[in-house]
Design a protein around this ligand. Structure first.
Ligand code: FE2
Length: 314
């Protein structure tokens, strides 16, 4: 555990008085009522039809941002079909205030990762050759997580864009849960859960070593944190390998409660499958991926872009 990392996480302002401040019960109650009142009742309510994601009309853009405000996510359905143009997600993101891509050592050079079952070309000696060791580049299922939970605080992934170029023969669905709903369910059960998960030493991602070299330093930080602008951020993975949780009763109880929330069949959880030309824009909500099977004609390809900004009208 690195003391300076804990200090940097703890130094973030607690947005005191905002709805996510445990001391501000009235603000929480007001926020909670409004959140539930405006929450979409079905996946269909999240879907926005757009003609061309590269050039949204003002109404299309407003509709996407409205969903992001209400539930931190929107699904767009466009006529782009299987067009593999990476400018589709890039230009869509720019129109939503998403400017700064998180560089990924496995991404293509432009920072947008083509998620597909990795089939390395022979003789490839680039960092990409190790892609097959990472679950996103396989056809395996992925449990609940937020993206970039292992990143340093200055590389916090606040938004995620997934654009579907082609879908698998079967499978490859995503479960989606607004992380603010997870917070709400836990706080309703016990504010102690929130206290435990906001602790700056709640979770530690051990260093990743590659050939004896530290490729990524250990990261210690909270699950829930509040951005300087008052927005809630969540770092989480349901994985049990390569993660160390604080060993105390409060953290164990909070994690067990969170696992129950993620397992429950709730009207706030959505499951969908992106078809070619469709995509998900979200403020890094909790999500999963079911396993999938490709065929020659239907080989899943999803472009993934991670950003440091939240989707906003700015
Ligand atoms: Fe993800």
């Amino acid at each position: 555990m690195n003391a300076s990392m804990i200090a940097s996480a703890a130094a973030r302002p607690a947005a005191s008085g905002g709805p996510f401040d445990l001391a501000a019960e009235a603000a929480y109650r007001t926020w909670r009522a409004r959140k539930l009142e405006r929450f979409p009742r079905s996946l269909g309510e999240l879907v926005v039809e757009v003609r061309d994601p590269r050039a949204l009309t003002p109404a299309e853009r407003a509709a996407i941002l409205d969903r992001c405000t209400r539930t931190n996510m929107a699904v767009y359905a466009s006529g782009c079909g299987a067009d593999p143009d990476k400018d589709i997600p890039r230009r869509l993101g720019l129109q939503l205030g998403l400017r700064t891509l998180d560089p990924n050592h496995l991404a293509d050079d432009d920072g947008i990762s083509p998620l597909a079952v990795w089939d390395p070309p022979s003789g490839d000696d680039s960092p990409k050759k190790t892609r097959g060791e990472f679950i996103p580049y396989t056809n395996r299922g992925i449990g609940w997580h937020t993206d970039g939970y292992y990143n340093r605080p200055e590389r916090t992934v606040r938004a995620l864009l997934l654009h579907c170029v082609s879908a698998a023969e079967t499978g490859g669905e995503n479960d989606l849960l607004d992380h603010e709903i997870a917070y709400l369910r836990l706080r309703d059960e016990s504010p102690d859960h929130i206290r435990a998960l906001m602790a700056p030493d709640a979770m530690t991602i051990p260093a990743r070593m590659q050939n004896g070299i530290v490729e990524r330093a250990a990261q210690t930080g909270p699950v829930f944190s509040i951005d300087a602008d008052g927005h809630l951020h969540m770092r989480y993975t349901a994985r049990t390998v390569s993660i160390e949780w604080k060993r105390d009763a409060a953290t164990a109880a909070a994690l067990a409660a969170l696992e129950r929330v993620l397992a429950e069949d709730s009207p706030y959880r959505f499951r969908g499958r992106l078809a070619p030309g469709m995509g998900l824009v979200c403020n890094n909500v909790l999500h999963t991926r079911t396993p999938f099977t490709d065929s020659t004609a239907h080989k899943r390809l999803i472009y993934r872009a991670r950003y440091y900004e939240r989707a906003s009208g700015a």
